[in-house]
Design a protein around this ligand. Structure first.
Ligand code: BES
Ligand code: ZN
Length: 639
């Protein structure tokens, strides 16, 4: 569609609350261009970009992965929509070495890197090429660059850090503002972009990305390399571009699903993920069609810093979710649910992160209920409630930090919180209880339809609820207390509480005294976690030893159970747990486990700090930058 310059002048000047600014494409007929929200609450303070003047609509990467120097090198070609009077575009970069910036014809363009901002990186301001005659707004620029050896999104692993031990490995983690360390673009979740990529890597490594694979086997690229091409034809938030390169193999799990991982991990990973296709079908029955084509997952080396990351078409997973009994696949349900809440409808800015994580945590629990029954789902919801209560206990119920729409300093430094995730899920459960499941589900499904491939804010979310669910029913409006839920601290009094009987078996066992009579081995993972986490926080060594020998806690092959136990044991300076803690902290780098264990050790002063320092010296280099900086902060006493 061609739009006259006057149209842009009007729309750029006149956007008000709730309106969108759709800088529609001129030369890419088929390419979908997502609108930008221009309301004050949709302004992203973590980007240098000024999308209302000029915005990226499409990114084409042509990069070589150089394992020797640990750098990407190549070009990013950006399609830009600019207001007619725009003279420059501002991009986000972090640590990138910019070599040249040119227009589509190869003519050099003036550009400048701004000062280094500790959090946001450096703005790259590029003078826009003049628009082709008659084309009001479309421009294209090409940036030749290299990523830094210590790019925050990337972890380059040595062969020794992989299961196979013979080949190096690379993976990325873009959320929240890390992708600017390997892609020069406008790195803001409200500025959606389509993308394509051609990546070269040394044989026999394979490349996978969070989009459609165009060259399953790769193509010869000379010098012992192969090239792999990908594309994403839906506009996505830039934090969702992801890559992994390694000696990886694929196994089908169902018609639309499969798993990538190192060959040595394939059997165990595939067995744990056997329900993935059914999970997809369940999710679709609940909240509408899966719009991304395939849903594959990759089980990464253990240094992956998160439990999971919802990269479109290719969820990234920690191997620590493999327990052998599918008891931790709630994680997979969670990342799958992000295919709706997060990837389809995306928080416009990080302070609205609950729109991604809270809605997803609710959706996750609905998948778990439909697939594994209300018993298991109820227990998991009760654990999530306890996480929320711990968050309240930590900062105080009245603290502004307990608002759903919150402030964020560094969105990558804060651990996933009991507020965005768990209070967020409880909010949706509360609405569901008040209006009834059928009506709520109809609304949520239609919400995903109405806002597919678009950014979302807290106020837009509430406006949609009011327009399409409340519909002027003032009694219902009063009962829901929507604004209180989203903008105020603490919990409104209409809150839907978890089933008090969810952990009846654990509560009964705790009332007894003899450990040997507790049917621990028969319990679900949620029950085991509830049991360990509700033990008195101060225990003598003899009691810890009895617990350990009776239930085999140090030996647990379930990472969540082992973590809960180590936290309790180390907080009591229980020496026999130290070797197991050291093994665990050496074997994996998941921040959710690593950071709290270091924190506990450091908190145990004379006893724990030397242990923490010894382990830190040995393990630091094997962690991803996300985990590394979290642990560094703890060791410096800043956490
Ligand atoms: N999107 C998040 C991971 C994330 C959050 C990365 C914030 C960077 C900043 C992912 O979906 C997630 O929530 N992962 C959780 C698992 C979930 C079951 C709570 C995790 O990694 O533990
Ligand atoms: Zn999530």
């Amino acid at each position: 569609m061609r739009l006259p310059a006057l149209f842009f002048a009007l729309i750029l000047g006149a956007c008000s609350v709730g309106e969108t600014n759709n800088l529609t494409g001129t030369d890419e007929g088929a390419r979908e261009i997502a609108p930008i929200l221009t309301t004050a609450d949709a302004r992203d303070t973590l980007t240098f970009a000024r999308p209302e003047i000029a915005r990226v609509t499409h990114v084409a990467l042509d990069l070589d992965a150089d394992f020797a120097s640990r750098r990407f090198a190549g070009t990013a070609t950006l399609d830009i929509q600019a207001a007619p009077n725009a003279t420059e575009i501002i991009l986000d970069t972090n640590g990138l070495e910019i070599e040249t910036v040119t227009d589509a014809g190869g003519q050099a363009l003036r550009h400048a890197l701004g000062p280094v901002d500790e959090l946001r990186g450096r703005a790259l301001t590029v003078q826009l090429p003049s628009a082709p005659a008659g084309e009001a707004a479309a421009r294209r620029i090409a940036i030749r660059y290299k990523s830094a050896t210590n790019a925050e999104a990337l972890q380059w692993l040595t062969p020794a850090q992989t299961a196979g031990g013979n080949h190096p490995y690379l993976f990325s983690q873009g959320q929240a503002i890390l992708n600017r360390s390997w892609i020069p673009t406008q790195d803001s979740p409200g500025i959606r972009q389509t993308w394509e990529a051609r990546i070269t890597a040394p044989e026999p490594l394979k490349v996978v990305m969070s989009g459609e694979r165009l060259t399953p086997e790769g193509e010869p690229a000379g010098e012992g390399k192969r090239a792999y091409r990908f594309r994403m034809t839906h506009p996505v938030a830039p934090y969702l571009v992801a890559i992994a390169i390694g000696d990886i193999a694929f196994r089908e799990l169902g018609p639309r699903t499969g798993v990538w991982t190192e060959p040595a991990m394939l059997d165990r990973a595939a067995a744990e993920l056997a329900d993935t296709e059914r999970m997809m079908e369940t999710a679709e029955r609940l909240f509408g069609p899966y719009r991304w084509g395939r849903y594959d997952v990759i089980v990464l080396p253990p240094s992956f810093p998160y439990g999971g990351m919802e990269n479109p078409t290719l969820t990234f997973l920690t191997p620590t979710f493999i327990a052998g009994d599918k008891s931790l696949v709630g994680l997979v349900a969670h990342e799958l649910a992000h295919s709706w809440s997060g990837n389809l409808v995306t928080n416009a800015t990080w302070p609205d992160g609950w729109l991604n994580e809270g809605v997803t945590s609710y959706f996750e629990n609905r998948i778990m209920e439909a697939l594994y029954g209300p018993g298991r789902a109820g227990q998991e919801a009760a654990l999530s409630w306890a996480d929320m209560e711990s968050a309240f206990a930590e900062v105080g119920r009245d603290s502004p930090a307990t608002r759903l729409r919150g402030e964020v300093g560094d969105p990558d430094a804060a651990a996933p919180s009991g507020i965005a995730y768990d209070k967020g899920a409880v909010f949706l459960r509360t609405i569901e209880r008040i209006v009834g499941r059928e009506r709520f589900d109809r609304w949520l499904r239609s919400y995903f339809d109405r806002h597919a491939f678009q950014p979302m804010t807290s106020s837009l979310f509430l406006a949609d609820l009011r327009a399409n669910l409340v519909q002027g029913d003032s009694a219902l409006e009063r009962r829901l207390q929507l604004d209180r839920w989203v903008f105020q601290p603490g919990l409104p009094d209409n809150v839907a509480r978890p089933d008090p009987a969810a952990f009846a078996a654990v509560d009964r066992a705790r009332a007894g005294t003899a450990l040997a009579s507790i049917p621990y081995a028969r319990w679900t993972t949620a029950e085991k976690l509830r049991f360990i986490n509700s033990l008195p926080r101060e225990l003598p060594a003899a009691r810890l030893a009895a617990l350990d020998t009776t239930f085999g806690l140090t030996q647990s092959g379930n990472s969540e159970v082992l973590f809960a136990w180590l936290q309790l044991a180390l907080a009591n300076r229980y020496q026999p747990a130290v070797p197991a803690a050291e093994r665990f902290l050496t074997a994996m780098g998941r921040r959710k486990f690593v950071a709290p264990l270091f924190e506990t050790l450091v908190g145990e002063g004379d006893w724990g700090r030397p242990i923490a320092e010894r382990i830190h010296a040995r393990t630091r280099g094997s962690y991803h930058p996300v985990t590394q900086s979290a642990v560094d902060r703890i060791m410096r006493g800043e956490a």
